[in-house]
Design a protein around this ligand. Structure first.
Ligand SMILES: Cc1cc2nc3c(=O)[nH]c(=O)nc-3n(C[C@H](O)[C@H](O)[C@H](O)COP(=O)(O)OP(=O)(O)OC[C@H]3O[C@@H](n4cnc5c(N)ncnc54)[C@H](O)[C@@H]3O)c2cc1C
Length: 812
């Protein structure tokens, strides 16, 4: 009986928690069950009376909001204020920036999949598609990346002219200012396609369209500033750059030592002009060497109080024409054999009038907030697009090379070891492209998803690094020897650039994704923090009470959901779709609940210290990231029309993502300092142990096969890249060679047999083909096909070589 009652009570409380019952329901359940248990336990009358009195006290406190607020929430708020880590103004502005989107659902422990699935399939307008098929195609055809990166260390004058004239610098500028006014989806597609041809060109195009003068002017510029610059920027008549980073402020960009002092000075012919004397030392600034318009971040001081009583006014942004006396630009850095223009800029006591400040006087001191607000859009598009474009060409060529290149009488892609690398390449690419497209769609919906932008920037560049590493291995020496016929080496060399810029990756993973996500996307934490900072004491307690009890019910709900879903393998969760994707949605819901409870327990047990425990924070961020990437993969599969042929890719992506979620959660549990909390979490998250495994060998085999064989699925995976049709071009030759290999393979097998049996006596391949034609083993057309196949294969296999003089000359 005792056991039965205990079981009944447990189930009742679990049901209440699962459905997030109201406080009244909890109180009612307590009123029923506590006396029952007490009586069952045959305790003395005195103890029973004590229990009943405590119960009465408990009911009074929790069912009367006023008492609850005064006796519980006020005290809890005091404690919360103590453990709340100090947040600097720059951190606060970063936290406040942007919007919460699908990340909020993933944090909720119960993502509403209908919200994701009812988003329309992303599309490009006719005009955008036309631009991709014509202007971008033409630009790619113009570029010879070897000439760019090795011979000239710059794009050719013709390419520069084309980029400017065709409006590539004005993709985000509205038509009323002469820009292209493209959607984020189109912007991403353009950068991605260019990146499949040349990293240098991609960076050159993406920087003016990312966080910089145009974007800042659009959001914060005065009308006069917009009128003056936007049209010229759209047409490439002004070349912009934006300078934030300096030698002493890299990742911690809020700490810039560059200063501007408000004063009166001489400007042009006018004396006594109110302005700012600015001194700066910046480095790593893309396009700075040729920029005509320098966007500059500095800290503004007003010691003479010419503007207001406040002396230190904070980070301020200005647009300075580079021909202003005292502005130094022109020198170049040399970023990893890339030829995009990047360099330092300095200035000492450069006088600028107030009208150079972006947004004018009223925007003084708001620079950091402006940058943070604009960061999400650029970070969501540029680097995910360029990493994906580069990875697409690496994937397509690796698949083809694996089929064309033979060793031990077999295409190398058929060997299981190479298959593993090919599977990782294709699987990672599927996820990257899905995340790229979904995130661009969020921007087009008007979101500024700060946390998601960090996720997609980090994971696209990291997976891009994995793709290019695998692609290099698949290509062997062909990937290593540099020259015009090497289509991989520059991507390989330039990969760390994407890893470093727009928030270096280690910092992004360990500090930003979860650090910002836990505050921004968690349904209650931000409300609790806001209440803790509220000066109005009465309102603070009121709001905190609401958030705290909401949070408690949220945590209990997720604890029970995580446990129940783990016990049942997620199979009982209702899902919107049918097989073959249904169970993936169920599993993601299961892990979303586990993530939510793990987050709450980590925050509860570590408090403000969690910010410094970057390894734990990073692992929790990994769970959130994988939940997002898996969501994107599922959405892509739906948008593509659920093609059965793409299932190997989806299966690889999901099995890999789910396995990574499991391992990241396990890492949290193994390292959480509070071991009792870790044990409790392990029971709630893995009551039956860990059962997820990485993608199976069979899935890997199917994915590798898909990448090496021409098909609609392969074309979909690598869609949107530039593919030369010229057989003299290295990639063009490889494309042609793959088709030719498949066409000629059966004839080559016959010829090999004829040679082995002594019918064909010649020793080299071309002579054997001629002999076979003479003997009538192949007809004239077939002989031609075989000869062409040999020549294409040779072109694909060969690498460039140089005379000693040629190499010396290029070094000079
Ligand atoms: C090619 C190139 C182009 C660029 N273009 C521009 C531009 O146009 N304009 C501009 O303003 N800036 C630009 N940058 C700067 C860039 O965006 C980065 O902000 C900057 O490079 C980071 O600073 P740093 O290189 O000095 O690295 P550091 O800040 O010294 O960081 C070194 C390492 O420490 C890690 N790290 C630092 N702090 C933490 C932390 N708290 N937790 C965990 N890890 C941490 C970082 O992740 C990194 O791995 C560019 C940089 C490069 C290399």
């Amino acid at each position: 009986m005792g056991f039965l009652l205990f079981g009944l009570v447990l189930v009742a409380f679990m049901v209440l928690a699962f459905y997030r019952a109201s406080i009244t329901s909890w109180v009612l359940a307590t009123v029923v069950f506590v006396p029952l248990i007490a009586m069952q336990s045959r305790i003395s009358d005195a103890v029973l009376q004590f229990i009943l009195l405590s119960l009465l006290f408990f009911i009074l406190i929790f069912s009367i909001p006023y008492l609850r607020r005064e006796l519980v929430s006020r005290l809890a708020l005091k404690l919360f204020r103590k453990i709340l880590p100090p947040v600097s103004q720059t951190e606060q502005e970063a936290l406040d920036a942007g919007t919460v989107w699908w990340d909020g659902e993933l944090f909720s422990g119960n993502p509403h999949w209908s919200k994701l699935l009812k988003l329309p399939k992303p599309f490009l307008t006719k005009e955008e598609q036309f631009f991709l098929d014509h202007e971008v195609e033409e630009l790619c055809a113009l570029i010879n990346d070897w000439e760019v990166t090795h011979v000239n260390q710059d794009l050719s004058p013709k390419t520069w002219q084309f980029i400017k004239e065709k409006g590539f610098f004005g993709m985000i500028i509205p038509k009323e200012y002469g820009g292209l006014q493209f959607s984020a989806q189109a912007h991403s597609a353009v950068v991605s396609k260019i990146a499949s041809r040349s990293g240098t060109a991609a960076v050159t195009v993406m920087v003016p369209n990312s966080l910089g003068p145009a974007e800042l002017l659009l959001h914060y510029g005065t009308q006069a500033q917009k009128d003056k610059y936007l049209r010229r920027l759209a047409k490439g008549e002004e070349i912009p750059c934006f300078a934030l980073t300096g030698p002493f402020a890299g990742s911690d960009a809020g700490a810039i030592p560059d200063v501007g002092v408000v004063c009166r000075g001489q400007f042009n012919d006018q004396a006594n002009v109110l302005g700012v004397r600015v001194t700066w030392e910046k480095r790593y600034i893309t396009l700075a060497p040729i920029a005509t318009l320098l966007g500059l971040a500095f800290k503004l001081y007003d010691p003479e109080k010419l503007l207001s009583e406040e002396v230190a006014r904070g980070i301020t942004l200005a647009l300075i024409p580079t021909d202003t006396p005292g502005v130094n630009t022109g020198r170049r850095h040399f970023p990893l054999n890339s030829a995009f223009l990047n360099g330092p800029t300095t200035g000492k006591d450069v006088f600028i009038p107030m009208e150079y400040i972006i947004g004018g006087e009223e925007r003084i001191g708001q620079g950091w907030r402006m940058l943070m607000e604009c960061l999400a859009a650029g970070r969501s598009i540029s680097l995910p697009a360029s990493a994906t474009g580069g990875s697409k060409i690496a994937a397509r060529t690796s698949g083809a090379y694996g089929r064309v290149r033979k060793q031990f009488h077999m295409p190398i892609g058929k060997f299981e070891g190479v298959e593993e690398a090919l599977a990782r390449i294709a699987g990672n690419l599927y996820v990257m492209d899905a995340a790229r497209v979904l995130t661009a769609q969020a921007i087009d919906l008007g979101e500024k998803p700060s946390v998601i932008s960090a996720i997609v920037k980090y994971h696209c560049t990291e997976r891009g690094r994995s793709v290019i590493n695998d692609a290099m291995d698949v290509h062997g020496g062909k990937g290593i020897c540099m020259g015009p016929d090497n289509y991989l080496a520059r991507f390989y060399q330039q990969t760390p650039i994407g890893i470093t810029v727009e928030g270096a990756n280690i910092l992004t993973r360990s500090l930003i994704i979860f650090g910002q996500g836990a505050v921004r996307a968690h349904p209650y934490v931000l409300k609790e923090i806001k209440a803790a900072h509220d000066e109005d004491k009465k309102r603070a307690v009121f709001d905190f009470d609401e958030a705290l009890f909401g949070h408690i019910s949220f945590a209990m709900c997720n604890a029970v959901r995580s446990f129940v879903f783990a016990l049942t393998g997620g199979w009982l969760i209702t899902a919107l779709t049918s097989k073959p994707t249904k169970h993936y949605y169920q599993l993601l819901t299961r892990y979303s609940a586990s993530f939510a409870i793990a987050t709450d327990v980590a925050m509860l047990t570590l408090g403000g210290a969690l910010k410094r425990r970057e390894k734990l924070s990073a692992r929790l961020g990994d769970v959130l990231s994988q939940l997002y990437l898996c969501s994107a993969a599922l959405k892509k599969f739906e948008d593509d029309g659920r093609p059965e042929t793409d299932l190997p890719l989806l299966n690889w992506a999901m099995e890999d993502g789910l396995y990574r979620i499991q391992m990241a959660l396990d890492g949290v549990l193994q390292n959480l300092p509070n071991r009792s909390a870790a044990l409790l979490l392990r029971v709630l998250i893995f009551p039956l142990g860990q059962c997820r495994r990485p993608p199976s060998d069979q899935i890997g085999h199917d994915v590798a096969n898909l990448l090496s064989t021409p098909s609609a699925a392969r074309d979909r995976l690598t869609s949107g890249i530039y593919l030369s049709k010229d057989e003299n071009d290295a990639v063009g030759a490889l494309e042609a060679s793959l088709s030719s290999t498949l066409l000629c393979e059966f004839m080559q097998t016959d010829l090999a047999k004829a040679h082995k049996s002594g019918v064909i006596k010649s020793l080299d391949e071309l002579s054997q083909i001629a002999e076979a034609a003479e003997l009538g083993l192949v007809n004239a057309k077939q002989a031609q096909q075989l000869e062409r196949d040999y020549k294409l294969r040779r072109k694909v296999i060969m690498v460039d070589d140089f005379s000693a003089e040629e190499l010396k000359a290029s070094q000079a």
